[in-house]
Design a binder for this molecule. Structure first.
Ligand code: BGC
Ligand code: BGC
Length: 640
């Protein structure tokens, strides 16, 4: 903990360098024995005591979240901001866990030196492990985890992620995404556990509980975020208007359409489950609800979320999403905060947001009570999580960061995600077999990790993942000394092999950048020729797909002897080899339906009668190596 001498010195230094004149800072410093500063005071009393001492400017500061690149620790403190985030890929240089810890410490030191000394809440998307940090344990993305149907495993993943976050001093995670994904053309389909509401609720709850579990005495608990409230994943085709990086979004940030109660019956249960489990934060969705942007919908954000579900936590807006509402910035702010947003994610517009919100209150356009309610929610989270009393990185957790123990959990998770879809006596592979390995995804940890891995849109290659294991390296280590493994990405081989093992899939993407037409979800002609050429060189051909969603196979299915869906495994590629070589069984079952052809593509919101004939395999499908189906599918239930 920072010493009070250092704190006072820092405060004085800040006052001198910044020449503070703002009203907040003209207020007297608070006494050391103020009730809110005492951890023994009950939370509600701490909140009341602190709130009563705050100026309007200090309250609005708590409601403001800026991006680390847009605001230095000193400026964040001068503006009394309550929160800082790292956007996708926004990392300190060098990107080491220690540099992250040092950065967080600097923000907290500055925040603690302000008049009231309220620590910031630092938020990040640790959506498959703490994957913005080099060296982190990266887990499979959530859709792959949906194939495991293993709630106990989700809890351990949540816990490992929280420990790696704590090492860097971050205690607020913008995860889990609990969209019930209806459309695999959506660029965020891989961030969702399933197209099935109940499966999303079950796995997300276990994962969030694991994340919130106490890490060690005196260490804050990580706050998970239920996102994106509500209807993301169910938007209508081509209803999106966003254009980023020269790409026009098709589904992401689009419009969810239909009878409100029917939509809520499908999308709301995971939120209820998470809030019942004690999840203290939620994020609003970029998308619209029957034509209106969710960020301005009081009926949803206050009516459904806070009143009907009784959500007592705080609601954060999504990245610059307030600015997508109609009108000028002040009008947008008034609409969003009045609708129920408690904290504004305004990455580059923090000071402007704060100024405008202040004048909205002063001119009577924003009730003081709404501000107090928002701040009360945010402060409650800071007190109950423990961040208020211990906002610093936890050095004792540093050895656990990216540790062998953590990687073992991820490797186990990878093995459990593998979903066997076809096997004509090709799997498991004998460790002594002659194996030709080919394909773009065989030796590329960036590709096997997908989007939201070091960068928002992901990366390619192996060199940014120290201690990570590519799928090829995993094969070699699991097969051991006896292995006769040759690799060529393009499949140029001499002679013959027993097994031709091909790893193909998607290049990384995130959000609407990954929205796709169905014909883009099929294998390309060069990929099909690679399969053909491997047929000529190997007795059995095994295709392993490394992708964020089902790939439409059509005729390719008949060209391979075995087909495995490996989803997006993350850094622990040996988990794939564990199963391919039979050290571990195939247990994965599809968390979403798998379309048979592009032409007959049907979304998951179609009725089973409409949808089943269009599917190659329904949700729940998966085989063991002997060819036995592992459980019932959605279509089995429908046919009964
Ligand atoms: C995404 C959120 C994410 C936020 C912060 C947004 O673009 O929609 O899921 O939490 O950025 O990175
Ligand atoms: C950020 C992401 C964010 C996205 C939204 C990116 O620049 O890094 O975190 O989700 O913008 O557009």
């Amino acid at each position: 903990m920072i010493s009070s001498i250092k704190q006072t010195a820092l405060h004085a230094a800040l006052l001198i360098t910044l020449g503070l004149s703002a009203s907040a800072h003209a207020q007297a410093p608070t006494p050391a024995d103020a009730a809110y500063k005492n951890p023994a005071t009950p939370t509600a009393q701490r909140v009341d005591d602190l709130l009563a001492r705050m100026t309007l400017e200090e309250k609005i500061g708590q409601m403001t979240q800026a991006e680390r690149q847009a605001i230095s620790p000193e400026n964040a403190a001068r503006n009394v901001f309550g929160s800082i985030l790292s956007g996708g890929g926004s990392a300190p240089k060098p990107n080491t866990p220690q540099a992250w810890a040092d950065m967080i410490r600097a923000y907290q030191d500055a925040a603690r030196s302000t008049r009231l000394g309220i620590p910031i809440l630092y938020g990040i998307d640790a959506v498959h492990g703490h994957q913005s940090v080099v060296g982190a344990t990266i887990f499979p993305h959530l859709l792959g985890l949906g194939a495991t149907r293993d709630a106990a495993l989700m809890a351990r993943i949540g816990q490992v992620t929280a420990q790696e976050m704590a090492a860097t001093g971050i205690f607020w995670n913008f995860s889990p995404m609990i969209a019930v994904s209806e459309d695999i053309r959506w660029g965020r389909a891989y961030e969702s556990f399933s197209e099935d509401t109940a499966l999303v609720s079950e796995l997300a709850t276990a994962y969030a509980k694991g994340m919130m579990q106490p890490i060690a005495p005196g260490v804050p608990r990580v706050i998970p975020t239920a996102k994106h409230f509500i209807g993301d994943g169910g938007t209508a085709w081509k209803s999106a208007k966003t254009r980023i990086m020269n790409t026009t979004y098709l589904l992401d940030q689009g419009d969810t359409q239909g009878d409100s109660e029917a939509l809520l019956a499908r999308y709301l249960p995971p939120y209820k489950a998470l809030f019942d489990a004690g999840v203290g934060s939620a994020m609003a969705s970029f998308s619209s609800w029957n034509g209106n942007k969710v960020h301005g919908e009081r009926a949803l954000l206050t009516g459904v979320l806070k009143e009907r579900l009784g959500f007592k936590g705080f609601l954060v807006s999504d990245w610059d999403a307030i600015q997508q509402l109609p009108g000028d910035f002040s009008t947008q702010i008034a609409a969003a905060i009045n609708a129920g947003i408690d904290m504004a994610m305004v990455p580059n517009a923090g000071p402007d947001f704060a100024r405008r919100l202040k004048s909205l209150v002063e001119s009577g356009k924003m009730p003081q009570a709404r501000i107090d309610d928002a701040v009360r929610r945010i402060l409650t989270a800071k007190f109950t999580s423990g961040v208020f009393d211990q906002p610093y990185p936890v050095a004792a957790m540093m050895p656990a960061f990216g540790s062998a123990e953590h990687r073992a959990v991820a490797r186990e998770a990878v093995a459990k995600t593998l979903t066997l879809l076809k096997n004509k006596a090709a799997l498991p592979i004998d460790k002594n077999a002659r194996i030709f390995v080919a394909g773009s995804h065989a030796d590329n940890i960036g590709a096997q990790s997908g989007g939201w891995s070091l960068e928002w849109q992901g990366v390619s290659g192996n060199n940014k993942f120290p201690q990570g294991t590519s799928l090829l390296a995993g094969l070699k280590s699991v097969a051991g000394e006896a292995a006769q493994i040759s690799f060529d990405a393009q499949g140029k081989f001499q002679g013959r092999a027993d097994i031709g093992l091909i790893f193909l899939g998607e290049s990384p993407y995130a959000e609407g950048i990954g929205d796709r037409y169905t014909d883009e979800l099929a294998l390309s002609s060069s990929e099909l020729s690679l399969i053909e050429s491997m047929r000529e060189r190997a007795d059995k051909v095994v295709l392993v797909l490394v992708a964020g969603r089902p790939i439409i196979l059509d005729s390719a299915l008949n060209k391979v002897d075995a087909l495995v869906m490996a989803w997006l495994p993350g850094t622990e590629g040996a988990g794939v080899a564990d199963v391919l070589f039979g050290d571990k069984p195939f247990t994965g079952r599809l968390p979403v339906g798998w379309p048979a052809t592009e032409k007959r593509y049907q979304r998951a919101d179609a009725t089973l009668a409409q949808r089943c004939p269009s599917l190659q395999w329904a949700i729940g499908f998966g085989l063991d190596a002997s060819g036995k189906t592992l459980g019932p599918t959605g279509c089995d239930a429908y046919k009964k």
